[in-house]
Design a protein around this ligand. Sequence first.
Ligand code: NI
Ligand code: MN
Length: 221
Amino acid sequence: MKLRFLGHACFLLEEKGTVLVFDPYLSGNPAAAEKAENIKADFILVSHAHGDHLGDAVAMAKRSGGLIISTAEVAGKCAAEGAKTHAMHIGGKRAFPFGSVRITLAFHGAGVEGGHACGFVVDFFGQKVYFAGDTGLFGDMELLGRLEDIDIALLPIGDNYTMGVDDAVLAAKMLKAKTVIPMHYNTWPLIAADPNDFKRKVEKDTDTAVAILTPGRELTF
Ligand code: NI
Ligand code: MN
């Protein structure tokens, strides 16, 4: 599986010709490593409807015919704008051709009336990726770590809107993933954070490896 960081909280997974994208905020993203038009996504997972997450999702889905997967209210907003969508909700899990998606809770605003922000546990051809979305630290990450054998956790560290470095270190301790990749930092001065500080702290206290990706960089798992 290829995992590519496209900047801010946007990641692309690719395997066996299937492309899955998390939170495709590329247009207007000062950290974007790719133009939205260049991405042909089969599945687009949207954690919430704030502009730096919903981003190019609808345009991308319409262009590629890809499926947007999100919570009901966010999916409803995207469907109303003409995208193909699949609505789920927190705690629900469903099989897809690449594996499965479980929607997890996230403590954050939805960006759409009556909705919820969420995270995702994606089984992508046998590897489990936890995308936390925008969230504060919550104790049920411990439960998530027990329920799911997480290979890769994508965690925000930028503070102000989400967990900062020290809370994300606690999150990593609870999740017990093999690898953690920090996200949602240094896009703007307001969410400045030191990923090396995060890496040092996590690797000192846990068996988890931290991979710091600059936008555009790609890892193979
Ligand atoms: Ni947000
Ligand atoms: Mn955000």
